[in-house]
Design a protein around this ligand. Structure first.
Ligand code: FES
Length: 114
């Protein structure tokens, strides 16, 4: 169902939790933009895997269930501010119905590599 939404939570740079409606099939960068969640410097390359500003941190249970990152994502993640073992790039996370109540933590800062 293309018009299906799941409720997720985004924790912004000030550690403020924000509820978001995530459209199934879209990516988490678009979800953050569509929900008008204002995060400074986020998504600078508009999802083209040319920056690491859309870095988000997942909890390890959820992280484990995601498809493996492609090599380009790993290369970008290596440059991200505050990289963790459960870090991903939001523009590469495709929303699925099972992601209901997932939490995406935006780190305190960014490194824009462009
Ligand atoms: Fe630049 Fe995701 S928005 S890599």
């Amino acid at each position: 169902n293309a018009n299906q939404f799941v409720n997720v939570k985004v924790i912004d740079r000030d550690q403020k939790p924000i509820d978001a409606k995530a459209k199934v099939g879209s990516n988490m960068l678009d979800v953050i933009l569509d929900n008008k969640i204002d995060i400074d410097g986020f998504g600078a390359c508009e999802g083209t895997l040319a920056c690491s500003t859309c870095h988000v941190i997942l909890d390890s249970e959820n992280y484990k269930t995601l498809p493996e990152p492609v090599e380009e994502e790993n290369d970008m993640l290596d440059l991200a501010f505050g990289l963790t073992p459960t870090s991903r790039l939001a523009c590469q996370i495709i929303v699925e119905p099972r992601m209901k109540d997932w939490v995406f933590v935006v780190p305190k800062d960014v490194n824009d590599q462009r």
